[in-house]
Every structure is written in structure tokens, then in C-alpha cells.
Ligand binder design. Structure first.
Ligand SMILES: Nc1ncnc2c1ncn2[C@@H]1O[C@H](COP(=O)(O)OP(=O)(O)OP(=O)(O)O)[C@@H](O)[C@H]1O
Ligand SMILES: [Mg+2]
Length: 384
């Protein structure tokens, strides 16, 4: 494989020569491996001749493992990617295809954009550059979720007013009955009280969608995570091991602490529910924080951009998000759980949206990660 790297490097270094002549020579292989985009080189028999670091991550297989494989080992022969590759070979030109599904027992990638190019130095070899369009679409979707969350907020206000008062009347009456009736009827009275409590909890959760302005302060994200971990481990996640990879040098985030707790709690609860499903052998939840440079978003209604340099990730090793849920993941009332309300993630999307942050989701069997990108305290905030 190294031979091909050297050739690909020569090819790249040819392209970068004008830059190199003014500065220190750059190792083109290092550029290739450092590219954040998956790049794969196939030989004329569709064997993997080179895969950069991003491609290893994308395919979930190390370069050493890939060097033993052909593309047909990863994908069924009728996958349209093979047609694209043949086309590149036939026409000796660059061809791209969008919305490809790379689906097999080993790969679960949807909506991928692939660009295939011939390699002039090696007839029959094809260079594939992959782009996961789902990341871009997930941003689109998040904007849509915010809309969905907003439509819930109006309903939440009505529910809070119109349901909560009569509900407390019903609950009170059931409690009075409990004290005065015989054992058989007491069970029924308790049932009324429990169900009334369930409706009240639901309305409470819906109320959180209200459009109140948020009060922000400088929040230490690690205290939030520790708080949630303790809550989880003393309750719903009592027997699940947690791993923490925290970057202690992170600055405070500019946020509402209680709402952030709610967000992380919802994600950790989902993770706990995912890993306690049948068939998860060594369940674990991994909490990670760190810097991620280069995450910028437009501030709605302005030309300004906001940096989101800090990320918080909640990862689990459950079976992954069910395929039918994925397109509607953050919409309210979408759930695969018998006792779920489907409000957890829509609330997460609403709160993170209110904070000007972003959520990324990466899920496959055995690994589901929700990654929050958040703003940190700037000088301007500190002056407020
Ligand atoms: N970590 C995860 N692993 C697998 N699936 C997940 C994960 N997180 C969320 N999901 C899927 O997304 C759905 C929606 O999640 P959400 O938190 O909004 O609602 P819920 O968990 O079903 O109900 P609630 O949060 O109200 O108890 C879940 O039902 C589940 O199918
Ligand atoms: Mg949930």
C-alpha cells in the first residue's frame, strides 16, 4: 500500500509544487491523511490500495484491514457505487453521484455524495472522495425541528392553562376518595391519581417548550455533566458504567444551567435506555468534552457568524437509532418506546437552538453519539 501512497503523494506534490517552492516542502502523504474528507484509492480489481484516516473512520475499518479487502467485500455487487466506478474507468473522467446509499451488513451510510476520478499514473485505478451529506441535511433538519418545537410551544401554553387546573382538582378528589373507600375501590382511586400525575408530568415537559427568553450565565460544563451523571447513577442508570473524557482546560459556556442539565439528562436517559436493551453485552455510556475548531453558524436574521468551539458528546454502545425514526428524530412525539412521550429530543433541539448551538448525530449499531456544539463566554457576554 505504501507504494501507492508514495505515488499519490507524488501526484499531490505535483499539484502543490508552487506552494512548496516558497515554503518548506510538505509531505503530501501527510496532507492526504490529514484531509477531513474520506479518500479511497481502488486498484483496477477494486481492491483497497489506500484509505486516508477519514476513510478509515468513515468505513469503520483500519487501513491495514482494508488492504486485505475489495470493495465487493463491503458492498453488494448491485450497489450503484460499482456503476459509478465502471463509468469512471470507461470515460476516464471524474463523475459524481449524490444521495448514494452504501448499505450492507458492514456499512450503514445514507445520502452519501461520492466523487470518482481516474488516476492518470495508474490506468484502471479510481480515486473516490466521499462526503456525508447527512451532516448538512441534519443542519437543515435542525432548523425544521425548531419550527416543530415552536408549534408545540403554543400548544404547551394552552395545555398548561386548560389542563393543569382541572387536573389538580381530579387528583385532589381521587386522594379524598382513597381515604374513605374500601380496599377494592381504593385501587381505582389510586389509579386515577397515578394517571393524573402522568398527565401532569407530560404537561410539565410540554411547558418547557414555552417561548420565554433564557437567562444565561457562565456555566462550567463539567459540573453540569457530573450533576447529570450522579442523578443518572443514583436512579435510571444505576448499573451502567460511565466513562468520562473531559478536557479540563475548557472555558465556561454561555448558557442556562438548568436547561443544559435538562438537555444532558435527556441524552443520557436515551443512552441508558439504548444500552439496557436486549443483546447489549457490555453496556457503557461515554461522556466527552473538548474543543472543536471550525464550527461556525450564522446568527439568524444577521450577517454575523457565531463560533461554537466547545463540544459535549454523549455516546452509547446500544443498537443505534431505528431507521424509521431517523428522519424525524427531533420531532415531538416521535418515539420507538412503549412508555416514551417522544418529547426528549425535541426539547433538546429546542433548548440547544435557543442557545444558538448545534446538534450532530452519528448512529450505527453499537455506537450512537449525540454531539452538542455550544458557544463559550465571550468578552461581550461577560460585560453584560
Ligand atoms: N441513544 C439512542 N440510541 C438509540 N435510539 C435512540 C437514542 N436516542 C434516541 N433514540 C430514538 O429516538 C427516539 C426519540 O427519542 P426521545 O428522547 O425524543 O423520546 P423517547 O426517549 O422515546 O421518549 P421520552 O424521552 O419522552 O421518554 C427514541 O424513542 C429512540 O427510538
Ligand atoms: Mg428520551
Amino acid at each position: 500500500m505504501s507504494n501507492v501512497v508514495a505515488r499519490a503523494s507524488r501526484l499531490l506534490s505535483g499539484r502543490t509544487r508552487s506552494v512548496e517552492s516558497h515554503t518548506r516542502p510538505v509531505d503530501a502523504a501527510a496532507i492526504l491523511s490529514g484531509l477531513p474528507v474520506p479518500v479511497i484509492l481502488l486498484d483496477p480489481d477494486n481492491r483497497f490500495r489506500h484509505a486516508n484516516h477519514a476513510a478509515e473512520q468513515f468505513l469503520g475499518i483500519s487501513a491495514a484491514g482494508l488492504s486485505q479487502l475489495r470493495l465487493d467485500d463491503l458492498l453488494p455487487k448491485d450497489n450503484p457505487l460499482f456503476l459509478l466506478i465502471e463509468h469512471v474507468r470507461l470515460t476516464d473522467s471524474t463523475i459524481s453521484d449524490h444521495e448514494l446509499n452504501l448499505h450492507s451488513p458492514r456499512l450503514h451510510k445514507h445520502g452519501i455524495t461520492v466523487q470518482g476520478s481516474p488516476l492518470p499514473e495508474e490506468p484502471g485505478a479510481v480515486l473516490l472522495v466521499m462526503q456525508d451529506a447527512s451532516a448538512a441535511r441534519s443542519l437543515d433538519r435542525q432548523l425544521a425541528f425548531r419550527g416543530a418545537a415552536r408549534s408545540v410551544s403554543g400548544m404547551a401554553a394552552i395545555l398548561a392553562h386548560e389542563v393543569k387546573n382541572p387536573l389538580s382538582g381530579i387528583r385532589g378528589a381521587a386522594q379524598l376518595l382513597e381515604a374513605s373507600v374500601g380496599p377494592a375501590d381504593r385501587v381505582l382511586a389510586e389509579l386515577i391519581r397515578d394517571e393524573a400525575d402522568r398527565i401532569r408530568d407530560l404537561v410539565d415537559r410540554m411547558e418547557a417548550f414555552g417561548d420565554k427568553p433564557i437567562a444565561r450565565t457562565a456555566v462550567n460544563i463539567h459540573r453540569v455533566l457530573e450533576h447529570v451523571r450522579k442523578l443518572a447513577q443514583s436512579g435510571f442508570a444505576a448499573h451502567i458504567p460511565f466513562k468520562e473524557n473531559y478536557d479540563p482546560s475548557l472555558p465556561p459556556v454561555w448558557a442556562n444551567r438548568d436547561q443544559l442539565i435538562q438537555v444532558v439528562l435527556n441524552l443520557v436517559k436515551n443512552a441508558a435506555e439504548a444500552v439496557t436493551q436486549e443483546g447489549v453485552i457490555h453496556p457503557e455510556i461515554i461522556l466527552t468534552t473538548g474543543f472543536q475548531h471550525g464550527m461556525r453558524v450564522a446568527i439568524p436574521g444577521t450577517n454575523e457568524r457565531m463560533d461554537l468551539p466547545l463540544f459535549v458528546s454523549v455516546r452509547d454502545n446500544g443498537h443505534g437509532i431505528p431507521d424509521d425514526i431517523r428522519p424525524h428524530l427531533f420531532e415531538p412525539f416521535v418515539t420507538s418506546k412503549a412508555a416514551g412521550t417522544g418529547l426528549g429530543l425535541s426539547l433538546v433541539a429546542k433548548i440547544i437552538g435557543d442557545h444558538g448551538g448545534l446538534i450532530e448525530v452519528d448512529s450505527r449499531p453499537g455506537r450512537t453519539e449525540f454531539r452538542l456544539h455550544l458557544p463559550v463566554v465571550t468578552e461581550k457576554d461577560a460585560d453584560q
